[in-house]
Every structure is written in structure tokens, then in C-alpha cells.
Design a protein around this ligand. Structure first.
Ligand code: ATP
Ligand code: MG
Length: 556
């Protein structure tokens, strides 16, 4: 594409990196993107992906893709695969092989043993409730567990027994011995290993003890030689633990953790737990449902990798929590597709037009450009004949001058075609208009009306005998409130209109539309063919032409 690459916006992380390079603290920058394979990636992850992989690209470093897989019960190989697909689709390349925290289970176990040997970890037998009680609160210090002073030798033996499967799940765990009075709660002797008799998607049944996230993450970063470990703000407190672990084991590398604010987006939820609920309880058709904020859902909806990357560029990276309007995401895809998407015509809610003065049995072939200002995209042929479909809402028997469409006795131009005038209508028994009879002006194709008459407007159409039947999935926001996550039950605020399916007709050139290739359906919005059905023609609306929500807000 001829468009120049957009320069990445500078941000505080990039400033830190530039300083570290200038100071000679690092010569090569190494980042990582560490998803847990317990769900599909969403647009929030895209922010982290663009940051981590973008930095690696721009500073000629590398970014690892590492599955943070320490919760075997919640994780699945299917998610491992979907995540790789989505990162690649976004256009990023990880450095070397895909990595897994589970690759390091042996080393992690060794470091846990090292902490025990140094008297910095102990096996505790408090149950979950007792542990909570002993932990104290933000205003009250915690209390030492009665098992805190077990000897090193005994702890070594107990930890070995944990590993050998001699204790039940929850019966005991390994804790770091730090400070039960620390103002930072996660420093109050955090659990670093717990027992789980669970089959792991990578390591099978090799282990029945699994390391906790805080213990695993910093060590994995260090083993991979990560220089800047970028995570979201909720891990700010955990940084103390990150540093404590690395300071107390014999590992030469000590990456630095920096936190940035999560992406929050209006009218959707981003927690994987909530997204999983939507999938499991059938509120959506799956993780790839085009209403989901997942990368896979956005892809099926018709978003492009470049539009998502542009969105991440526009929102930037800061330490301030904020909520981004859905319109900001939508304008990225709209701006791109306005430039790139070929135009086509489709009638979503059809009503028939018969042109009385057009000869029966004649089909004219009208060459029409695919894009109004991109001749290089070529043209397509639009058949025109005596019977057409037009949009039901584009006709009224009576209307004032603000209605820029077809009215009885009034004239409109058919896009790329002739000017027609509505003469009379037929109605069903229930009063629904079944057919609009029109006349056409033979001298109006590609030119103004002969006597300078002005038409009310331009409407789209398709010729009935050549049109192809199609389904149109009209997607809207999944939730009817801006912050569904703040509701007691986010499932009660799902937008009942989030998917409206219409059955209509498309111009014949669309019969060969390729899945996920974008089109602008004139006056309707941007659509792409759905990938799920090769037989039927199904189009997903990516986004409307204008921000209809903003218009509603203006009127209110
Ligand atoms: P969830 O709470 O939804 O399960 P998570 O943060 O646990 O999300 P991970 O798979 O652990 O999900 O996330 C991988 C990386 O993506 C982490 O570094 C995390 O900080 C980042 N990330 C997740 N959600 C967002 C978001 N909304 N905005 C920016 N970064 C995010
Ligand atoms: Mg996580």
C-alpha cells in the first residue's frame, strides 16, 4: 500500500528504553507477550501486543511469545493455537520458538528449593480460610503462621513429599518467607507453589505441584533475558515481589517491570472470565462471534490487522486509567475501508420496483467503477432491467422535502443508473406496499436530466433477475450500557438488538465475494462475507457508514 507507515507515538515506555540504550544499560531490547491460554485474545491484548512487539520491531530487538501456563485446569491447547493465530494475523513475529512457562518447571522447582535452603521459603499447612485470616488487612498487619519456623531440613522433606503427591490438594503449600507486616499485601509470605492433581496441556501428568504466577513470571522473564517486562497497572504492587524473588535466587539476569494502564472499551467487557460466560451460556455463538471484542471476533466482523494496529497507535500507552469510546475503534476501520473497500450494491430489506416504460426482457449492462476515486480498482458490470429491488425505507407515499429518496410523484437517481419517478403502488391486504410502479428517464444514464430538473437524491438498487439472495448480519454493540462490567450481572444488559439478520439481495458480482474481503455497500456500511458458510451468501456488517450512536446522542 502506498500510504506511508505511521510513526509510532512515543510514550513513557519508549522513553525509558531510549534512555537505557543511550546509557548503555542495554544494547539489545528484549520484550515478551505473556498470555495465559485460558481464552481468546481480545482488543485489550492487542494493546499489549502492539506495545511489546512494536518496541521489539522499532528497536531491532526481539519479542517472545510466552504462554503463561501455570493454571492447568483453566487452560487448553485450543487457546494456545488461537492465540498464535491471532498474534500472527495482527502481523507480528515472535522471536524464536513459542515459549511456555511450563518449559521452566524444572528450573522453577530448583529455585524454589534454593529459597527453602536459604531459609526463605516454608511449607505451610494453614487452610485457605486460616491463611486469609492470618494475612491481615490493609490496615492491620498479618500474623506469622505457626509453620513459619519449620527447619530447612524439614521443609526440604515436606516439599519433596508435596512433589511426590503425598499430600492432598489444599492440604499444604509452599510460601515465600518475606514479611507478614509488609504494607504490600502480596509480600506477606505469598504462596509460590500449590498442589494440583491436574493434567497439564504441555507437561501431562509430570507434575502435581504448580508454581504461582508471581513466582513464575519474573523467573521466566529472567531466563529469557527479557530487558523490559511490560504489564498492566494492577501488577504495580507485585513488582516488589518480582524483584524480591530475583534478588534472592542465583540468577544473573534481573529484568525491570514497568506498568501501563489497561485498555477499557465502552459497551463491552474484556475480562476473559466474563467473555467465557458469554460463550458458555450461549449469549454469543462462540469466541469468534463478530460481536465479541476478541481479535477473532473482530476479524470475522471485517476488521483488518492494520485498523486494529492503528487503533492501538491512536490510544497510546500511559499510566492513566481511562475508558475508550467504541467510536474510536470504529473510526479506525471506517477510515481505512473508506479508502480501500470496493463499492457494491445490496438491498437489505427489499421492495419491488417495476419500470412501466422500460422494455420487457431487456437487460442493459452498466459499467460502474468499483471505487469513486480509485480507478485502479477497475469496474464491475451492473445489469439493469425492468424490475428492481430497492430498500423499503427508501420509499414513502408522502414525505416532506427533507426526505431525499423516492416519493410518489417524485424523482430519484438510481446509483450508477437512470432517474426514475414513482407513479403508483400496489399493496397487500394488510396495507404493506408490495410493488412500486415507476417510469424512467431514458436520457438520464450518466448525465443530468435534460431540462435541468433536480432529483431528490440517490438510492441504491439491484436488478431482480440477476441479483443474488443474501443474508445480512447487522451487528451492533453487545451491551446497551457503556460500562456493563459495573452492573451486578452484566448478562442483564446485553443489547437485544446486537444482531439483526436481514434477508435481501446483492448485485451479481458479489456472488463470488471472498470471505473477509471488505466492501462498502452503498449507503449501508462496510460488510464482508462471513467465513462460516461457503454455500450461502452471508455478509457481516463491520461498521455503519456513519456513527449512528453519535447521531442519536446529538438528537437527544
Ligand atoms: P483477564 O483478566 O481478562 O484474564 P489477563 O490480564 O489475565 O486478562 P493475560 O492472558 O494474562 O490476561 O494477558 C496477557 C497480557 O496482556 C498481560 O501482559 C496483560 O497485562 C495484557 N492485557 C490483558 N488485558 C489487557 C488490557 N485490557 N489492556 C492492555 N493489556 C492487557
Ligand atoms: Mg493473567
Amino acid at each position: 500500500m502506498s500510504e506511508p507507515a505511521k510513526t509510532p507515538a512515543s510514550n513513557f515506555v519508549r522513553q525509558i528504553i531510549e534512555r537505557d540504550l543511550a546509557d548503555g544499560k542495554h544494547s539489545v531490547i528484549k520484550t515478551r507477550f505473556p498470555p495465559e491460554p485460558n481464552g481468546y485474545l481480545h482488543i485489550g491484548h492487542a494493546k499489549s501486543i502492539c506495545l511489546n512487539f512494536g518496541i521489539a520491531e522499532d528497536y531491532q530487538g526481539g519479542c517472545n511469545l510466552r504462554f503463561d501456563d501455570t493454571n492447568p485446569e483453566k487452560e487448553d491447547q485450543h487457546y494456545v493455537e488461537s492465540i498464535q493465530r491471532d498474534v500472527s494475523w495482527l502481523g507480528f513475529h515472535w522471536d524464536g520458538a513459542v515459549r511456555y512457562s511450563s518449559d521452566y518447571f524444572d528450573q522453577l522447582h530448583g529455585y524454589a528449593v534454593e529459597l527453602i535452603e536459604k531459609g526463605l521459603a516454608y511449607v505451610d499447612f494453614l487452610n485457605a480460610e486460616q491463611m486469609r485470616e492470618y494475612r491481615g488487612t490493609l490496615t492491620q498487619p498479618g500474623r506469622n503462621s505457626p509453620h513459619r519456623d519449620t527447619t530447612v531440613a524439614r521443609n526440604m522433606a515436606l516439599f519433596q513429599q508435596m512433589r511426590d503427591g503425598q499430600f492432598k490438594e489444599g492440604e499444604c503449600c509452599l510460601r515465600a518467607k518475606i514479611d507478614m507486616a509488609s504494607p504490600i499485601i502480596c509480600m506477606r509470605d505469598p504462596v509460590i507453589y500449590r498442589i494440583k492433581f491436574a493434567e497439564h496441556h504441555q507437561t501431562g501428568d509430570k507434575w502435581c505441584i504448580y508454581p504461582m504466577y508471581d513466582f513464575t513470571h519474573c523467573i521466566s522473564d529472567a531466563l529469557e533475558g527479557i530487558t523490559h517486562s511490560l504489564c498492566t497497572l494492577e501488577f504495580q504492587d507485585n513488582r516488589a515481589l518480582y524483584d524480591w524473588v530475583l534478588d534472592n535466587i542465583s540468577i544473573p539476569c534481573h529484568p525491570r517491570q514497568y506498568e501501563f494502564s489497561r485498555l477499557n472499551l465502552e459497551y463491552t467487557v474484556m475480562s476473559k472470565r466474563k467473555l467465557n460466560t458469554l460463550v458458555q451460556e450461549g449469549f454469543v455463538s462462540g469466541w469468534e462471534d463478530p460481536r465479541m471484542p476478541t481479535i477473532a471476533g473482530l476479524r470475522r466482523r471485517g476488521y483488518t490487522p492494520s485498523a486494529i494496529r492503528e487503533f492501538c497507535r491512536r490510544i497510546g500507552v500511559t499510566k492513566q486509567d481511562n475508558v475508550v469510546e467504541m467510536a474510536a475503534l470504529e473510526s479506525c476501520i471506517r477510515d481505512e475501508l473508506n479508502e480501500t473497500a470496493p463499492r457494491a450494491m445490496a438491498v437489505l430489506d427489499p421492495v419491488k420496483v417495476v419500470i412501466d416504460n422500460y422494455p420487457t426482457g431487456v437487460l442493459e449492462q452498466i459499467e460502474s467503477p468499483r471505487h469513486p476515486n480509485k480507478p485502479e480498482l477497475g469496474s464491475r458490470t451492473l445489469p439493469f432491467g425492468r424490475e428492481l429491488w430497492i430498500e423499503r425505507e427508501d420509499f414513502r407515499e408522502e414525505a416532506n422535502k427533507h426526505f431525499k429518496r423516492l416519493v410518489l410523484g417524485g424523482e430519484v437517481r438510481l446509483r450508477n443508473g437512470y432517474v426514475i419517478k414513482a407513479e403508483r403502488v400496489d399493496k397487500d391486504a394488510d396495507g404493506t406496499i408490495s410493488c412500486i410502479y415507476c417510469s424512467y428517464e431514458p436520457e438520464s444514464l450518466g448525465r443530468d436530466l435534460p431540462d435541468g430538473r433536480k432529483v431528490r437524491g440517490v438510492i441504491h438498487w439491484v436488478e431482480t433477475t440477476t441479483a443474488v439472495a443474501a443474508h445480512f448480519n447487522l451487528y451492533d454493540r453487545l451491551f446497551s450500557v457503556a460500562n456493563p462490567g459495573a452492573e451486578d450481572d452484566f448478562r442483564t444488559v446485553i443489547n437485544p438488538q446486537s444482531l439483526v439478520v436481514q434477508q435481501g439481495f446483492a448485485e451479481p458480482s458479489l456472488a463470488s465475494a471472498v470471505a473477509s474481503e471488505p466492501y462498502q455497500f452503498e449507503r449501508q456500511g462496510y460488510f464482508c462475507r462471513d467465513c462460516s458458510n461457503e454455500q450461502a451468501l452471508v455478509f457481516n456488517r463491520t461498521v455503519a457508514l456513519r456513527d449512528t450512536w453519535a447521531k442519536l446522542a446529538d438528537k437527544a
